[in-house]
Design a protein around this ligand. Structure first.
Ligand SMILES: O=CC(=O)O
Length: 327
C-alpha cells in the first residue's frame, strides 16, 4: 500500500482483475449493484474519495462533483460519457477518462447480430416456436429482408460505426454515412463508403439506418418524426449508441403506424425504464444495453479505466494518459 493511501470508489462490481489491480494503488470500495444510479447516494458518499470508477448509469453531475472534496479523476466504465458533466469536472480540476477502442469489435459484432436478428425476425419466430405454434414448414412464414445489396446508413462513423460497416460489407451491403466530418479517405475507400452531408438525405437513402454517434445536444432526438417519415417504408433502425438520440414516443408511434418496418434497440431514453409503448410494438428487438457485454471486453474496459486512475493517482501528466477526455 502506498504511504498516502488513496481511496477509490468503484460504483458496481466489475471484473475482478480490475478491482485487484486498483487494490495495488489504494483502498478500494465496491458499491452494491444499482446503489449509485441514485445521484443522492453519490452525493452522500463521494467525500473522501480520490478516484471514482463509475458506470454509464451513474449520474456524475455538477452536484455530485461539487460534493467531492478530494476527487482527482472520474473514469467511466464505458466509451460514452454523457452521464458525466465533463465541463464542471474540468473546472474543478478533476480529470475524466473513458474506455475507447477496447470495446469496438464487440460492439461491431453486436450491431451486426442485431441487424441479422431484426431483418430475419429471430425473436418473433422463436417466440412463435416456444408458444407451440410451429406446426409445419411455411413457405410464407417470417419473410425478412435480405441484406445483400442493401444500403446501411450510419450516423456517427467513429470506431464503432466503422466496425459495423466492415462487417456489413462482408454481407454485401453498401455503406453511406453521416458524421460531423468526413473520415480518413483511406478508410472511406476501404469501406467504399459514401459521405452524405445531410442526415435527412442519408435517412432517405438507407434501407437500414444505424445510430453510432455519441449523445450530445446536437444528437438529442435526432431521430424524430420527420426523419422517420423520410426513411423508406421497408427500412429498419438499429441503435446501440444512446437512447435519447431517438424520440422514443415518436418511434413507437411510427412502428405501430408502419412508417418503418422495425427497430433493434439496445439503449433507451430513460434506462432502466423502457417506454411501455415500445414494449407493445411487434417488429422491435429490445435488449438491455449489452453491446459490449463479453467477458473479454468487459475485463479490458475495467483495466483501461483502472489504469487511468492508477496513472493519475501516481502523478502522471495528463498527456501521458491516452484515454483522458481533453478539455
Ligand atoms: O454504452 C456503452 C458504452 O458507452 O461503453
Amino acid at each position: 500500500m502506498p504511504s498516502t493511501t488513496h481511496r477509490i470508489l468503484i460504483t458496481e462490481p466489475i471484473p475482478e482483475k480490475a478491482i485487484d489491480f486498483l487494490k495495488q494503488h489504494g483502498e478500494v470500495t465496491v458499491g452494491e449493484k444499482g446503489t449509485y444510479q441514485n445521484q443522492e447516494h453519490l452525493i452522500r458518499d463521494i467525500k473522501g474519495y480520490d478516484a471514482l470508477l463509475c458506470m454509464l448509469s451513474n449520474p456524475v453531475n455538477k452536484r455530485v462533483l461539487e460534493a467531492a472534496d478530494r476527487l482527482k479523476i472520474v473514469a467511466n466504465f464505458a466509451v460514452g460519457y454523457d452521464n458525466i458533466d465533463v465541463e464542471t469536472a474540468h473546472e474543478l480540476g478533476i480529470k475524466v477518462a473513458n474506455t475507447p477502442d477496447v470495446l469496438t469489435e464487440a460492439c461491431g459484432d453486436y450491431a451486426m447480430g442485431l441487424l441479422m436478428a431484426l431483418s430475419r425476425k429471430f425473436n418473433e419466430a422463436e417466440a412463435y416456436l416456444r408458444e407451440g405454434n410451429f406446426t409445419g414448414w411455411e413457405p410464407l412464414g417470417f419473410l425478412g429482408m435480405e441484406l445483400r445489396n442493401k444500403t446501411l446508413g450510419i450516423i456517427g462513423m467513429g470506431r464503432i460505426g466503422q466496425a459495423f460497416a466492415r462487417r456489413a460489407r462482408a454481407f454485401g451491403m453498401q455503406i453511406k454515412y453521416h458524421n460531423r466530418s468526413r473520415i480518413n479517405p483511406e478508410i472511406e475507400k476501404e469501406l467504399e463508403a459514401t459521405y452524405i452531408a445531410d442526415h435527412y438525405e442519408l435517412a432517405r437513402q438507407s434501407d437500414v439506418l444505424s445510430l453510432n454517434c455519441p449523445l450530445t445536444e446536437e444528437t438529442h432526438h435526432l431521430v424524430d418524426r420527420n426523419l422517420l417519415e423520410i426513411m423508406p417504408e421497408h427500412a429498419l433502425l438499429v441503435n446501440i449508441s444512446r437512447g435519447a438520440v431517438i424520440d422514443e414516443a415518436e418511434l413507437a408511434k411510427a412502428l405501430k403506424e408502419e412508417v418503418i418496418v422495425g427497430a433493434a434497440l439496445d439503449v433507451f431514453e430513460n434506462e432502466p425504464e423502457v417506454n411501455p409503448e415500445l414494449l407493445k410494438t411487434p417488429n422491435t428487438l429490445l435488449l438491455p444495453h449489452i453491446a459490449s457485454a463479453t467477458h473479454e471486453t468487459r475485463e479490458a474496459i475495467g483495466m483501461l479505466a483502472a489504469q487511468a486512475i492508477a496513472d493519475i493517482l501516481e502523478g502522471k501528466l495528463a498527456s501521458e494518459v491516452p484515454n483522458l477526455i481533453r478539455p
